[in-house]
Design a protein around this ligand. Structure first.
Ligand SMILES: CC(C)(COP(=O)(O)OP(=O)(O)OC[C@H]1O[C@@H](n2cnc3c(N)ncnc32)[C@H](O)[C@@H]1OP(=O)(O)O)[C@@H](O)C(=O)NCCC(=O)NCCS
Length: 195
């Protein structure tokens, strides 16, 4: 009787494309969903009017850049830079994966690598930083894996569900990334992703 060798999982491909008009409704649905809103600073039900105002403003604000994250060609999340400050050569960033079904597949790791590379190699910044709810431990630990240092703990910084919540501030310098990027590229390769 022949034995069937276990096969490795099929490799996935992650791509990011700039947000376009076709994404308007998708982002509205994602942002209000129970799988995304709890991780955001504001978790009220966003109205269509509020969303359209935000969406229409994207193209007119050079301090912000947004991409839709696709897994094997299917839109699964959103990544962005905010407060792009060319004078001080830094910017903030954030992302989410909209569906829990695509979490844990390495997509977040790929996005982390891609965004860091974009900030330092394309925008030529010196520093990338972010804020994460302290309760969102999976995310700030992932950032720390990529070299982000904790720079702040903002106590009672945002009100979520009526309660003050703590926020962690993290930062990564281009020099720190240079020392870390090949190790992180190798780690991504182990997960089946080519960055
Ligand atoms: C957090 C998030 C972005 C991670 O993306 P992901 O694709 O699931 O992460 P990956 O599969 O690349 O895993 C990265 C690492 O995080 C770990 N991880 C992922 N989810 C985790 C969880 N819920 N708890 C603990 N660790 C977790 C993985 O084990 C992996 O560790 P490793 O590199 O040592 O193997 C994604 O789960 C998500 O979108 N969460 C909700 C929205 C959110 O929090 N966005 C960020 C707001 S600032």
């Amino acid at each position: 009787m022949s034995t069937v060798e276990p096969q490795p999982p099929a490799p996935h491909t992650v791509t990011l494309h700039p947000v376009e008009e076709a994404d308007r409704l998708r982002l509205f649905t994602w942002r209000n969903s129970a799988d995304v809103a709890p991780f955001m600073y504001t978790d009220h039900q966003i109205t269509a009017e509020e969303h359209n105002r935000w969406f229409d403003g994207l193209g007119q604000d050079p301090s912000r850049l947004y991409w839709v994250i696709c897994l094997d060609g299917v839109p699964v999340g959103l990544a962005n830079f905010a407060d792009i400050d060319l004078k001080n050569r830094r910017c903030a960033w954030a992302y989410y994966l909209a569906s829990p079904s695509v979490r844990g597949l390495g997509v977040g790791s790929f996005v982390e690598f891609w965004m860091i590379e974009y900030a330092f190699n394309v925008l030529k910044l010196e520093k990338l930083w972010c804020e994460v709810l302290l309760s969102n431990e999976a995310v700030w630990k992932l950032h720390q894996n990529y070299g982000f240092q904790q720079e702040a703990l903002f106590r009672g910084h945002v009100i979520k569900e009526g309660e003050p919540r703590d926020v962690v501030g993290l930062g990564l310098l281009t020099s720190e990334w240079a020392a870390r990027r090949e190790a992180m590229r190798a780690r991504l390769a182990d997960k089946g992703y080519v960055a």
